[in-house]
Design a protein around this ligand. Structure first.
Ligand code: PHE
Length: 336
């Protein structure tokens, strides 16, 4: 019996040294330490040995069982440690985490498209200041002294002579002061109006101004250019019309409408049941403006136009609230 215990002891120690994974360890436990395992069966045999041998053999057998249990527990925790270590290791074969790239704001995209179409038509790009003088924003654009647009209600005045420009038209005058005809340019930028913020108006928005000056520029050229732009931007098969209008700095003046994209001209809420949507203001440069810019108004003629970029994007993409452009809600921005 004693030799049996000793053999089992050496056998067990050898076996546990060769264990390579948790599955093998479990198999080993079943062979040696389970209820029907070899150690348990030695305990069974112990019942049959002579009384005087029992204390020594019992002690040896207990020692073997304790040793086996101890070694088993040791091995088990060794495997568990290895496993957690492995799970903390970096798996180089794992695919990388996707970095989400942003994209241009819808207003920038819209302006980029407008710019590229006008570039194709031979226009260059200029910019002017947002803080503007009364002279450029009104006076040089032929606004009479008592014109309602000068009113405190529409204009953010900084002081008596300076204001936040209410449109991009002052850049026309700045450009003409700088350059001599022939001239073909668009002038994008922010403009400000003292208006209550609602779904249709904001106190800050963007415009693109256009100006073309040369000898012999006619209204036909104005129409041709704007129709070419409109067809490229909104689509080839839309209908358009020019409606007489008034601006102090153009004569004659017009507003351009396109067929309502929603109802296709039948009349709906968006077009206020007219079937038309206004997209821009335009006209032939008033000779008085040429005077302010020191251009010879006998020699030169020209046309100008201006459109709101938010409005343009809203019409093209069916956006119904101008405030969404400035709220920076990615759920809105992501859609474009
Ligand atoms: N500045 C005008 C506006 O803000 C638009 C316009 C520009 C009209 C140029 C005619 C010519 O409404």
């Amino acid at each position: 019996m004693l030799t049996k215990i000793q053999t089992l002891n050496t056998e067990f120690l050898q076996a546990i040294e060769n264990i390579k994974d948790q599955k093998q360890l479990e198999d080993l436990r079943i062979v040696y330490l389970s209820r029907n395992g070899s150690i348990a069966s030695l305990f069974e045999e112990l019942k049959n040995v002579p009384k005087e041998e029992k204390p020594l053999l019992g002690k040896e057998l207990n020692r073997l069982r304790n040793l086996a249990e101890e070694k088993f527990a040791e091995k088990k925790s060794e495997f568990e440690k290895l496993l957690t270590k492995k799970s903390q290791q970096i798996d180089l074969t794992l695919p990388g985490r996707k970095v989400e790239l942003g994209h241009k704001h819808l207003l920038t995209q819209t302006l980029d498209e407008i710019k590229s179409i006008f570039k194709g038509l031979g226009f260059s790009i200029f910019e002017g200041p947002e803080l503007e003088s009364d002279y450029y924003n009104f006076e040089a654009l032929n606004f009479p002294a008592d014109h309602p647009a000068r009113d405190m209600q529409d204009t953010f005045f900084v002081n008596k002579n300076f204001l936040l420009r209410t449109h991009t038209s002052p850049v026309q005058v700045r450009l003409m002061e700088k350059l001599q005809p022939p001239l073909r340019a668009i002038m994008p930028g922010k403009v400000y109006r003292n208006e209550a913020i609602s779904s249709r108006s904001h106190c800050m928005f963007h415009q693109v101004e256009g100006l073309c000056v040369d000898t012999d520029i006619t209204f036909a050229e104005l129409k041709g250019t704007l129709v070419a732009f409109t067809k490229q931007f909104y689509g080839k098969d839309l209908n358009y019309r020019f409606r007489p209008s008034f601006f102090p700095f153009t004569e004659p003046s017009a507003e351009m409408d396109i067929t309502c994209f929603l109802c296709k001209g039948k009349g709906c809420r968006v077009c206020k049941h007219s079937g038309w949507l206004e997209i821009l203001g335009c006209g032939m440069v008033d000779p008085n403006v040429f005077d302010y810019a020191k251009y010879d108004n006998e020699k030169y003629t020209g046309y100008a136009f201006g459109m709101g970029i938010e409005r343009t994007a809203m019409l093209k993409y069916g956006i119904t609230d101008i405030r969404t452009f400035f709220e920076n809600d990615v759920r809105f921005l992501k859609q474009f």
